[in-house]
Write a protein that binds this ligand. Structure first.
Ligand SMILES: C[S@@+](CC[C@H](N)C(=O)[O-])C[C@H]1O[C@@H](n2cnc3c(N)ncnc32)[C@H](O)[C@@H]1O
Ligand code: SF4
Length: 404
């Protein structure tokens, strides 16, 4: 298939990325940086009130069929292969959503079939799953086709919190899904948690952490509930039906999580992510290190060597473009050296490994940051800027201090 250009936003001097004309600098980075794939599955059985991810229920798909997903993703990956001049070794794949677990393993297998000769020997393949959309058989099949890491959206162990979040699962579905995943052979299991939902008590959060860590998992992502504009939840907050999540409560919950998880050998490696030794998500690491990835699927974002682009958001539009032999990209930007530096600071500061002090602008007032108790003195002595627990709560302020 010959792909033609259809990228509306073209900053001056930037060659269209998706016709096989990546800038030389971007192509060069393929040789030196890790490469991964993100595959977006834009389907959900029901939209949770707080979520603004690019996902659609059956009636919102505008004629696009879930059963066409694997063929269209395969088409986009053919485009990727052409643009990249062949795939580099694929170190990680992340199948995210939406709810990827709505699709059968056979769909992912069809996608893998054409690219598996590029897989690294120790490839990490993660799938996101809703606790109530898996069965023993579907989990066994995912593992069988090579998916070796699974992340379940637990959110909370409190029924009232799950109800307020509009989740379709009840608390017992999480234990059942995780135990079944472990039983069929998954060794890398992660849980997503949300804290600071209005009505959640300290004890509810403690119960969520207790329930999660009692399960055979090795990784936790925990995020404060964000009120995303335009969501049902934001409308309820605006109408005064639900109070706004409180920042101080969220900060207290973060500290509670840090202490609790440390005691159980889950250590932070990124502000919102904790794992036992060796369980860090390699795919997310690739984002935080500004490495290279191709995001295939409706609304997916890609980044190769400072060039970023993103696809049309609606699955029907994305698929129509691919079917017509066009690129599904909706826009792109080439990051300047200064923008790449800002990003390196913003992402680096959120990680346990931190930032080399030698990289920071000379005007950075490290003494002040240290006096505030926000950076680790021992790491500083070794030339790294690493946030303390208190500093992690102030990560945006520290970033602003460095980039001012
Ligand atoms: C896009 S979902 C995909 C996983 C799966 N669909 C699920 O919900 O279980 C990934 C995670 O994003 C998090 N998330 C989505 N919207 C959020 C929000 N407004 N605030 C905090 N976390 C959010 C949820 O914890 C969810 O588990
Ligand atoms: S949180 Fe997960 S299940 Fe809920 S709407 Fe978002 S992607 Fe779908």
């Amino acid at each position: 298939m010959v792909f033609t250009l259809r990228v509306p936003k073209q900053p001056d001097g930037v060659k269209p990325p998706l016709t096989g004309e990546l800038p030389a600098t971007a192509l060069q980075s393929l040789a030196s940086k890790t490469f991964g794939l993100y595959l977006h599955v834009p389907f959900c059985a029901k939209r949770c009130g707080y979520c603004d991810f690019n996902t659609y229920t059956a009636t919102e798909l505008g004629g696009f069929s879930q059963s066409d997903w694997s063929a269209q993703i395969t088409t986009e990956l053919q485009l990727a292969k052409k643009v990249l001049g062949g795939f580099p070794t694929i170190q990680t794949i992340f199948i995210g959503g939406g709810t990827p677990s709505l699709l059968p393993a056979a769909d992912f297998e069809k996608v893998f079939r054409n690219i598996s000769n590029h897989f690294a020997a120790d490839i990490e393949i993660t799938i996101e799953a809703n606790p109530d959309s898996v069965t023993k058989s579907s989990l066994a099949q995912y593992l069988d086709i090579g998916i070796n890491r699974i992340s379940f959206g637990m959110q909370s162990s409190a029924s009232k919190v799950l109800q307020l979040l509009d989740r379709t699962h009840n608390p017992s579905a999480v234990s059942s899904a995780v135990l079944t995943a472990a039983e069929v052979g998954f060794r890398d299991i992660s849980l997503d948690l949300i804290y600071g939902t209005p009505g959640e008590l300290d004890q509810d959060w403690l119960d969520s952490l207790t329930t999660a860590t009692a399960l055979p998992i090795n990784h936790i992502s925990a995020y404060a509930l964000i009120v995303e504009a335009g969501t049902k939840f934001a409308n309820q907050v605006n109408r005064g039906e639900i109070p706004m999540p409180d920042d101080d409560i969220a900060a207290a919950r973060y500290l509670q999580a840090e202490e609790f998880l440390n005691q159980r050998n889950f250590h932070w490696y990124e502000i919102s992510n904790w794992g036992v030794a060796g369980a860090a998500c390699r795919h997310n690491q690739l984002y935080w290190d500004s490495a290279n990835w191709w995001g295939a699927g409706a609304g997916a974002h890609s980044h190769i060597g400072g060039l970023r682009w993103w696809n049309e958001r609606h699955p029907a539009t994305w698929a129509q473009l691919l079917t017509a032999g066009h690129s599904p990209a909706a826009g792109q930007e080439l990051l300047s050296t200064a923008q790449q530096f800002d990003e390196q600071v913003m992402l680096g500061i959120r990680q346990r490994k931190g930032l080399p002090v030698s990289l920071l602008p000379a005007a950075t007032d490290l003494a002040e940051l240290q006096a505030a108790g926000w950076i680790e003195p021992s790491a500083l002595a070794q030339g790294q800027l690493v946030l303390t627990t208190a500093g992690r709560l102030m990560a945006d302020r520290v970033t602003a201090e460095i980039l001012r």
